[in-house]
Design a binder for this molecule. Structure first.
Ligand code: S3P
Length: 427
């Protein structure tokens, strides 16, 4: 199957992006481990988050999905039951890594596995610290899925993380719920802090001082309802589309703007983007509406501590860079190589098909933008973010383009193509 996309003369209208993927996963996981019932509104009904629900159902957690909410009947910290089958995590790195942390502290054995992409992604990064805590985890070839987790008693550790990864940090903290003392993680740079915010909201003692985070294991967690904000990683496609397609004005409603996630706004603003935050609100997680208008972009450098704050948005930022005047350098972004695809390689290959001047480097890409680009036949590599980024690119390329295997967008944004078409129709 392919998706045909033609160049458009403007995008106009209002969109509401689906719920934040990271927060949706955590709401189910922590809801399951709480005492009481959690009502989750705005939950992302994407395949990744549905994998998380399926895994917790397999451990005896009653989770109901209605039109308006997901209801998790918590079993408490010590109420999960041994799964009778494999815990299948699909394409989801967050499900795999966070769940492995939780399973490390359970009194039963379990096995986790996912799809072909998950089976290639590095798990050694979580196995090492979890093993230091006392966990008993066997991975294929030591550091790959499937992972078999056997019962163990955990103790708290102080761990200096070698990579700024929220999945790694969260996996350790979730295991820390079951440890016999405090767990401290030290990040090389701040990564998304949704786990810490949610744990605090559920009554856990979790202290953050700069990049040092310390959890004291709680006796229990008390369920609190969660209103999941829109995912800024999904909003990113409309931000860049609105910027690079002339005569565009898009209002993106109810977007989560947690400062650990807003690197995309900082980068685009440095490139000359006209984006306004309106109606700022929210408590546990800050939220606003984003108004974007077509802009003349210029190149910039995107690296250092900014990278973890926009890691999932780099594919679509590379598209923005291809339409920006001058050079954009992406550096310190080696982590892109171990995402759903090697996003340095896949984005370089696909953007090159448009005539864009882009060079792959050891830790990123150099994009020399600003010349007219043409459409092409783009591969998605079964990577949702590559598919959506190239769809956005196609809107501003001359002629028609095809996106191969577009259904992978269902991982994080099932209605992506219809939402895009509605904006075109309005113009
Ligand atoms: C996520 C963390 C990031 C991100 C992923 C979601 C999370 O991964 O790329 O899409 O929810 O914690 P890393 O922790 O591997 O950087």
């Amino acid at each position: 199957m392919t998706e045909l996309i033609s160049s458009v003369s403007g995008l106009r209208g209002t969109v509401t992006v689906p719920g934040d993927k990271s927060i949706s996963h955590r709401a189910v996981m922590l809801g399951a481990l709480s005492n009481g019932t959690t009502h989750i509104t705005g939950f992302l009904m994407g395949e990744d988050c549905l994998s998380t629900i399926a895994c917790f159902r397999r451990m005896g957690v009653d989770i109901q999905i209605t039109d308006s909410e997901v209801v998790v009947h918590g079993v408490g910290l010590h109420g999960l039951q041994a799964p009778t089958e494999l815990l299948y995590t699909g394409n989801s790195g967050t499900t795999t890594r966070l769940l492995c942390g939780i399973l490390s502290g359970q009194p039963f054995s379990s096995t986790l596995n996912g799809d072909a992409s998950i089976q290639k992604r590095p798990m050694g990064r979580i196995i090492r610290p979890l093993t230091q805590m006392g966990a008993n985890i066997q991975g294929k070839n030591g550091n790959l899925c499937p992972l078999t987790v056997s019962p163990a008693s955990l103790h708290g550790i102080r761990y200096e993380m070698p990579v700024a990864s929220a999945q790694l940090k969260s996996s350790i903290l979730l295991a820390g719920l079951y440890a016999d003392g405090k767990t401290t993680v030290i990040e090389p740079a701040p990564s998304r802090d949704h786990t810490e915010r949610m744990l605090r909201g559920l009554g856990a003692d979790i202290q953050t001082e700069g990049t040092v985070i310390t959890l004291t294991p709680p006796d229990d967690l008390t369920a609190v309802d969660v209103a999941v904000p829109g995912d800024i990683s999904s909003a990113a496609y409309f931000l860049v589309a609105g910027l690079i397609v002339p005569n565009s004005e898009i209002l993106i409603q109810n977007v989560g703007v947690n400062p650990t996630r807003t690197g995309i706004l900082d980068a685009l603003e440095a490139m000359g983007a006209d984006i306004t935050r309106v109606n700022e609100r929210g408590d546990v997680e800050p939220v606003c509406d984003l108004l974007v208008r077509s802009s003349k972009l210029h190149g910039t450098t995107i690296g250092g501590d900014l990278i973890p704050r926009l890691i999932d948005e780099i594919p679509v930022l590379a598209v923005a860079a291809a339409f920006a005047e001058g050079e954009t350098i992406f550096c310190d972004a080696q982590e892109l190589k171990v995402k759903e695809s090697n996003r340095i390689a896949t984005m370089t290959a696909e953007l090159s098909k448009t005539g864009a001047d882009i060079t792959e480097t050891e830790d990123g890409m150099i994009v020399r933008g600003g010349k007219p680009l043409h459409g092409g036949d783009f591969a998605s590599y079964a990577d949702h973010r590559v598919a959506m980024s190239m769809a956005v690119c196609a809107l501003a390329c001359e002629g028609q383009s095809e996106i191969d295997d577009p259904n992978c967008v269902a991982i994080s944004y099932p209605d992506f193509f219809s939402t895009l078409s509605a904006l075109e129709a309005n113009s």
